[in-house]
Structure formats: structure tokens, C-alpha cells
Design a protein around this ligand. Structure first.
Ligand code: PEP
Ligand code: MN
Length: 263
């Protein structure tokens, strides 16, 4: 069902008046984790100035260590919803448990399924049972084919609104947190009619190369980008090293606009 052979025209997913896969690249921005009302308000206000309409932020954080911040859970979903409503944005947030999918519908506009859960088949099935767009991230050790099969799990249950996300894969290279598989973008676009976006923050784990990486992603046909932005990255409770602050985000946006990749 996700194959181009079954449907030739691009799937366009409309969220908050934003057309994902509709030709114009979309930007999903926000902090790694939802932390405090002050943090969310600062980032919401800052992003609104740049016309950002899709706000990301994790309330359930799949952390490598059990001793790291695990997210605010439902309180975090309430907080990101409140912030998004205040600033006219839609909520993109990760859900990690199949049993939370139904509950999340009240708070999120796009259900994110993270890299670590790309093959959590019960989660995929639950996400397929609801009628809400799903942002499905490629597993860090998953092939393109496995990503497409994971999307098929969702679409085959009747939820046709799936956004594929390349977020870097594991290689021996240590200069970046993951290795952005740039070829995955045109291959996915060729193989599938679903929108494809690139998470430039988690793929690189750096903030000094985000402009060229963003341009590269858009040059190869990505329908949008995810970028982590935090009002004060140094004190962030997760991914402190890789999040842009608001002035850095402003500069990045300017660079993208100057390059002609963003209107
Ligand atoms: C995230 O986007 O918050 C995240 C945890 O990313 P990934 O699942 O790609 O590691
Ligand atoms: Mn993160």
C-alpha cells in the first residue's frame, strides 16, 4: 500500500493548514524534551516569530540510560498542547506505548514513532487503528525496506497518513552521532508515495553543520526537516549538546531562505 506501484501521486498530509508532501518544505521545530512551562513558552514564542506551525517536543523519552530524564509523560503532552494552542501550532510528539495511542489523540496532531520503536509492531498496529497522522522514524539499524514494511503495518490498518523520517543510521563514523543516509531520501521518494522528511539534529548530533545538511536534504527531495531548538540548550534535560538556541535557529532559517530552499 505504501508503494508507488499502488499509487503514483504523492500523498499529501495536511496538519494545521500545513501540507506535508505538497511541494513546499515544512519545518518541524522544538525542544528534544518538554521540560517546563517557561521553557515551552519561550520556545513557542521564539518559533512563532519564524512562522513555525509544527511544534515538536518529547513527553515520553526513550533514553539509552534508565537514569536519564524519562520525560514528563502525560503532563508533558498537556504542556506542549497548551503551548501549541497559544502560538497557533500543531503538536508533534512521540508515543512509546501502544496503550497510550488512544489517550494521546486528545493532545497530539502528529503521533511520532521513534527510531527505537520502528519495529514495535504492537505500537505500529495501534497507530494504524487511529486516524491521526504518524511520523515514523527509521530505526538506527533498519534498512529502507524495513522502514517501508513498518509503514505498511500502519497503512494496512487503515491509517493512510504516514510521514517517513530519515534520522541517520549507525556506522563506524564517530564525527556525527549517526550517519545521515542521504540516499534514503530519493530512494524512499521513488519507492513510496508517502512524504519523506529528514531529522537533521538526531542524524548529525551536531549544530555546526545544520545549514549544509538541511540544504542537502532539501536538494535530494525531502519534504521537510526536523530540527531541535531549545531556549537554553546548555541546561536541557536531554540532548543538550545538539539543540540550537533561538538566535542560532534564526540564523539557520535565514541561511535556508537565502539559499532559496525556503520561501
Ligand atoms: C526524537 O526525535 O525525540 C528522538 C528520540 O529521535 P529518534 O527516535 O530518531 O532517536
Ligand atoms: Mn533529542
Amino acid at each position: 500500500l505504501v508503494s508507488r506501484k499502488k499509487r503514483t501521486e504523492d500523498t499529501v498530509i495536511e496538519v494545521n493548514g500545513v501540507r506535508i508532501g505538497g511541494g513546499q518544505p515544512v519545518i518541524i521545530a522544538g525542544p528534544c524534551s518538554v521540560e517546563t512551562p517557561e521553557q515551552m513558552d519561550a520556545v513557542g514564542a521564539g518559533l512563532q516569530q519564524h512562522g513555525i506551525l509544527l511544534l515538536r517536543g518529547g513527553a515520553y523519552k526513550p533514553r539509552t540510560s534508565p537514569y536519564d530524564f524519562q520525560g514528563l509523560g502525560k503532563k508533558g503532552l498537556e504542556l506542549i498542547r497548551k503551548t501549541a494552542d497559544k502560538y497557533g501550532m500543531a503538536v508533534v510528539s512521540e508515543i512509546v506505548s501502544p496503550s497510550d495511542i488512544e489517550m494521546s489523540l486528545e493532545y497530539v496532531d502528529v503521533i511520532q514513532i521513534g527510531a527505537r520503536n520502528m519495529q514495535n509492531f504492537e505500537l505500529l498496529k495501534e497507530a494504524g487503528n487511529v486516524r491521526k497522522p504518524v511520523l515514523l522514524k527509521r530505526g538506527m539499524s533498519a534498512t529502507i525496506e524495513e522502514l517501508l514494511f513498518a509503514a505498511e503495518y500502519i497503512v494496512s490498518r487503515g491509517n493512510t497518513e504516514v510521514i517517513l523520517c530519515e534520522r541517520g543510521i549507525r556506522t563506524y563514523e564517530k564525527a556525527t552521532r549517526n550517519t545521515l543516509d542521504i540516499s534514503a531520501v530519493p530512494i524512499l521518494k521513488q519507492e513510496s508515495h508517502l512524504p519523506v522528511i529528514v531529522d537533521i539534529t538526531h542524524s548529525t548530533g551536531r549544530k555546526d553543520i545544520l545549514l549544509p545538511i538541511a540544504k542537502a536534504a532539501l536538494a535530494v527531495g525531502a519534504d521537510g526537516l526536523i530540527v531541535e531548538v531549545h531556549p537554553e540548550p546548555s541546561v536541557a534535560l536531554s540532548d543538550a549538546k545538539q539543540q540550537l538556541n533561538l538566535p542560532q535557529f534564526a540564523q539557520w532559517m535565514e541561511g535556508l531562505k537565502a539559499s532559496g530552499y525556503l520561501p
